[in-house]
Design a protein around this ligand. Structure first.
Ligand code: G3H
Ligand code: 13P
Ligand code: ZN
Length: 330
């Protein structure tokens, strides 16, 4: 058993309390490789932002779970070397079983998500509680989820959102003992969060998606005042990256994300963790495509992964400074 405390990581408890009081949100950025991790850490050190490093089951399979854990440990040292020891959380994204959560906790994760949102309510309560009981013995914080996001989540595809039912949150939170709650108010995973026919068109001809259900968020906040809320599926899908990808041979269609003003608004509420993965994927792919297309003779991976890492860093700095308000809070 390796405790996250030995690795210099922190859990989410204090970070979330400060984020709620300070009306900002902590970025939860997914990583699968070294360049993503370097960009996340250097961006958050430079903007003095706390950060949640998020590892999905897919990332564990892709990069090897042991390697990822050592990379997170390395990230703590890397931040110090860059000159500022920001608080770093290592978090399991969309954990689907007690066994997986236990495995992560035993290998140094400081926070886990148990996603029982697709299960019948009572089964979600029972599974989540079993994870909380184990995690809390080790000082690890737990995120649960109520409500189902539309689109693909893990291997489950939901055509429509099942918004979080405000009447369920008090019961769920008290019976499970979770430290934070992911909710469904209109966000979804991936780069295609809305179809064009769900959108209106603004004066510049840009598609404007329907607003998030802030009324549901307000109802939830009334029921569990001051309780940390999490938003998944919160990429904004920057049009410039979609355009670059398509300009250099890509084939992305109908890529529409959550407008940044809405995320800024959410960050001022009890939403204190905002999950962003797809925007990083888009930024990285756009830069790699551009470099490859404009320098066809290049075959040194550092020559395209390096610029991609710079592009990612710019994106993450923008998120902490201009979207989530976490810059300067470390
Ligand atoms: O919520 C899902 C995250 O974007 C992780 O995606 O399972 O493809 O690693 P992944
Ligand atoms: P995006 O696909 O919007 O980046 O969401 C990522 C996420 O919620 C990870 O859990
Ligand atoms: Zn998610």
């Amino acid at each position: 058993m390796v405790s996250y405390k030995e690795l210099g990581l922190v859990n989410t408890k204090e970070l979330f309390q400060k984020a709620i009081e300070g009306k900002y949100a902590i970025p939860a950025f997914n990583f699968n490789n070294m360049e993503q991790l370097q960009a996340i850490i250097s961006a958050c050190v430079e903007t003095k932002s706390p950060v949640i490093l998020q590892v999905s089951s897919g990332a564990r399979k892709y990069a090897n779970q042991t390697l990822l854990r050592y990379m997170a440990q390395g990230a703590v040292e890397y931040a110090k070397e860059l000159g500022y020891a920001i608080p770093i959380v290592l978090h399991l994204d969309h954990g689907d079983s007690l066994e997986l959560c236990k495995d992560c906790i035993q290998s140094g994760f400081s926070s886990v998500m148990i996603d029982g949102s697709h299960l019948p309510y009572e089964e979600n309560v029972a599974l989540t509680k079993s994870v909380v009981d184990y995690a809390h013995q080790h000082g690890v914080t737990v995120e649960g989820e109520l409500g189902i996001l539309a689109g693909i989540e893990d291997d489950v595809v939901a055509e429509h959102h099942t918004y979080t039912e405000p009447d369920e949150v008090v019961d769920f939170v008290t019976r499970t003992g979770v430290d934070s709650l992911a909710i469904s108010i209109g966000t979804s995973h991936g780069a295609n969060k809305f179809t064009p026919d769900q959108c209106t068109v603004d004066e510049n001809g840009r598609l404007v998606p329907p607003p998030l259900r802030f009324d549901i968020l307000e109802e939830i906040e009334k029921r569990i005042p001051g309780f940390p809320i999490v938003l998944h599926g919160s990429s904004s899908v920057p049009q410039e990256h979609v355009d670059t990808i398509n300009k250099y041979g890509g084939a992305l269609k109908d890529s529409i994300g959550i407008p940044e003003e809405q995320l800024r608004h959410a960050a001022e509420s009890a939403v204190c963790k905002v999950n962003i993965d797809s925007d990083g994927r888009l930024a990285m792919t756009a830069k790699i495509r551009e470099v490859m297309a404009t320098n066809p003779a290049e075959f040194d991976p550092r020559k395209y992964l390096g610029p991609a890492r710079e592009e990612l860093k710019k994106l993450y700095m923008h998120k902490t400074k201009n979207v989530l308000g976490s810059a300067g809070k470390a």
